[in-house]
Design a protein around this ligand. Structure first.
Ligand SMILES: *Cc1c(COP(=O)(O)O)cnc(C)c1O
Length: 385
């Protein structure tokens, strides 16, 4: 059994994929060919932003946004410790300081109340109010990166008003949430700009790396387009700023255009799979708590994640499933504030108790649009036994 089955989808789309790939082989524009713009136009129309800029990965999308916003040394960027490393890695890569704020215990997303507290603590320079790295004392808060964990959009009505009150920008790490909605508004349209990923296992995944930035801000979009190609100016060998090689491959764009044809249907199928898991779990194991999908949210269920009552219980369930040939995963076993890579920030165990508790009890079951009801029943049977 696959944790995420990509084969069934490929079987369905094989001829369309070959047609799209064949078209690229025929025209030969492997770098920023017409498929890149076609994908940007298609996805920006779906999301509802004025601009979309394809890039090499979700990580590069986040990096390019921070570069375009001139984030660097002396800046603080606030984010969650309960996310993939990329979210905070790009902050530190630019010499800025990641300041972590704990998550909501039910949605696993950035907790707006704790964000308010952290901003107050930074203003007063008082780490007893909320922990922050020593180096953040002399730095200024530039912005917040919220993460839509496992496909559930963060609490943007609260986060957007905090960002506005504080005069900082808000970015949406929508790497896991492309296809989700909040009050009917698609993920990737929140905050000042958003970044998504087309890593193969994401809801809209290619056959390699890829990503995209979304924004309504024309100036920001033009900067992103320049940064994507080494800070290019009015022609290829004029460089008006430092940039990166952050382009989305034409071949990946072509593959994503083929996959786009079934994406909305796959989002609906994901709803059915998640609803069936929840129904089965409610009967078999009401003590296991599924990630909360708040009122007004449609999750895209990038992961189906749940909490066991204890770490021992989680590990026992996972072992049972493994013996039955059913793969599971733990996202994320180590919160970012306890990662060796961030040791220099000076955080310690106990700083973010919700994230630390989630890391011990969370696990994810196989999740993809083509999961059959009888397979789900079997999985929950094993979870129960
Ligand atoms: C996958 C992911 C990224 C990075 O995307 P890549 O395309 O793998 O670089 C960033 N943030 C989160 C939350 C992710 O899940």
């Amino acid at each position: 059994m696959d944790f995420i089955d990509l084969k069934t989808q490929q079987k369905r789309l094989r001829s369309l994929l070959e047609e799209r790939i064949g078209a690229v082989l025929n025209h030969g524009q492997y770098i920023l060919g017409p498929e890149v713009q076609e994908l940007e136009n298609t996805l920006s129309r779906y999301v509802g932003t004025r601009h979309a800029v394809g890039c090499a990965s979700g990580t590069e999308a986040l990096l390019m946004l921070l570069m375009a916003l001139d984030v660097g040394p002396g800046d603080v960027m606030v984010t969650t410790p309960f996310t993939f490393i990329a979210t905070a890695e790009v902050i530190a890569m630019l010499g800025a300081i990641p300041v972590f704020v704990d998550v909501d215990p039910e949605t696993f997303n950035l907790d707006p109340e704790k964000l308010r507290l952290a901003l107050e603590a930074l203003k007063r320079g008082d780490p007893s109010l909320h922990p922050f790295p020593n180096t953040a004392r002399q730095a200024s808060v530039r912005g917040v990166i919220a993460v839509d964990l496992f496909g559930v959009p963060a609490d943007y009505s609260e986060l957007e008003s905090i960002a506005e009150e504080e005069g900082v920008f808000l970015l949406e790490d929508a790497a896991q949430s492309f296809g989700a909605t909040l009050h009917g508004i698609p993920a990737c349209r929140f905050g000042h700009a958003a970044a998504t990923s087309f890593f193969p296992a994401k809801p809209l995944g290619g056959y390699g790396d890829g990503g995209m930035c979304f924004t309504d801000d024309e100036t920001l979009a033009q900067k992103l387009i320049s940064i994507r190609v080494h800070g290019q100016g009015s022609h290829r060998y004029e460089h008006v700023r430092l940039g990166i090689n952050g382009r989305l491959d034409t071949l990946q764009a072509a593959i994503l255009l083929a996959k786009w044809t079934v994406f909305k249907e796959e989002c609906r199928l994901r709803q059915n799979v998640a609803a069936r898991y929840m129904m089965l779990l409610e009967q078999a194991r009401p003590d296991l708590v599924v990630q909360k999908v708040p009122e007004g949210v449609t999750s895209v269920w990038a992961q189906f994640s749940l909490l066991a009552p204890s770490m021992q219980e989680r590990d026992a369930i996972r072992e049972r499933l493994q013996r039955a040939g059913i793969p599971t995963a733990v996202y994320y076993p180590i919160p970012l504030h306890l990662q060796p890579a961030f040791a220099s920030l000076g955080y310690k165990a106990g700083d973010f108790p919700v994230s630390e508790d989630l890391a011990k009890r969370i696990f994810s079951l196989p999740m993809h649009p083509y999961l059959k009801p009888e397979v789900q029943e079997h999985i929950i049977e094993v979870v129960k036994s």
